[in-house]
Design a protein around this ligand. Sequence first.
Ligand code: GLN
Length: 489
Amino acid sequence: MAALTELTVSEAVRVLSEGGTTSTSLLEALLQRIDQHDGAIHAYVSIDREDAMRQAEAADARRKRGESAPLLGVPIAVKDLFNVKGQPCTCGSRMLEGYIAPFDATVITRLREAGAVIVGRLNMDEFAMGSSTENSAWGPSRNPWNTDCVPGGSSGGNAAAVAADIAFASLGTDTGGSVRQPASFCGCVGLKPTYGRISRYGVVAYASSLDQVGPVTKDVRDTALLMNVMSGLDLRDSTSLNVPTPDFTTALGRDLRGLRLGLPSEYFGAGLDPEVERAVRAATDVCRSLGAEIVSVSLPQTKFAIPTYYVIATAEASANLARFDGIRYGARVKADSPLELYEQTRARGFGSEVKRRIILGTYVLSSGYYDAYYLRAQKVRRWIRAGFDDAFRSCDALLTPTAPTPAFRFGEKSADPLQMYLSDIFTATVNLAGGCALSVPCGFSATGMPIGMQVIGPALAEETLLRVGHAYEQATDWHLRRPQLKASV
Ligand code: GLN
């Protein structure tokens, strides 16, 4: 049998239910591997081992009593922006140093009810702003395939941990690509579900009209399993959708006959790394051989996505981050007056990218500029959405690269924010348009870095994405490859 830490979630569930291992053994194996490898990867920012062990013991006790639950006893790691009662939640920021979550986010409650063991908090770009984890106040995470490269971001710790087998699966968030892009950089599966599919109650907000919770996993089946547990209406989140949650696993194991998959020409143009293009085109051939009809489509609005995204996201971020005032949460600088306290805390608490975005967002919302920037961006957003609606009249889903390049090196883009923003070009469009999208591993560059294919669907088409992703995964073995890690201790 493979090492315990190599198991997928569905394999772990099976082994646990057959009595082949216990939750405490799984957790011990995981913690041991984290000790060996996380020094080099830095996927985790904090782990409460005693608390995790108590949860694992409780899961084993439940199983002993004859109980069963979909994830009973499986350790799951979470991005450091989910409130988990009694645990820190720093969002990769000094601003939240010392903050201890007083409650569980709804997704955490659902995972607990499903029997999961919540273990560890994963590194991220500060307040989820970034594409490389270089914006984390706690230092970057490293890509397990090459530690000189970024793992992507903002959920970089998520993907690095799953790729290195130091997490069985993880929970991230995706505002403009933060689940999919790191998944593609690290050779994992990442899903951005439809806006409203999963409750965001207790998830620290970045850009509220775009944010969505999504899993990073080792394979497509695990994504379906986690979606089953996490999805569904939550009255505590007014944007949560009142739609039934299907059994997402029923989408798996089918071929692609009868599906039309569109290739948007704008996603295969200038700026796309030739190795990425080759891998994604080869993957579309595999989908054709599985029975899909491949058609060409056009998304002429694509070039407006990045400016639109960075106006809307920063505007919303500037409003959301106003709550970090040195009084209500986390860090507080001592000062003589409330105003000074507020200014000093924000000046010292936020990193430079967060400040840049607060300033940008405040500017585009200010009177005199509101119409020219924010309102205009809202109109363009509607137009981008119309473009996707048009495309989905001639196909069921789109196949595109997830990111224009494989993982880049540290420092390569961090000096130039615009270069960094451009790496979101294929992912941010989906958040603006309101669809859902899955990234699956589809190859490697000549230097051995993973490449991801994105399957994009309209709102609530997760089952189509999982069907395509799973059929493709079954026909290939990219998702089975593992990076060679050198133990760091
Ligand atoms: N890289 C994008 C940004 O910096 C997306 C981040 C995200 O999805 N949270 O805004």
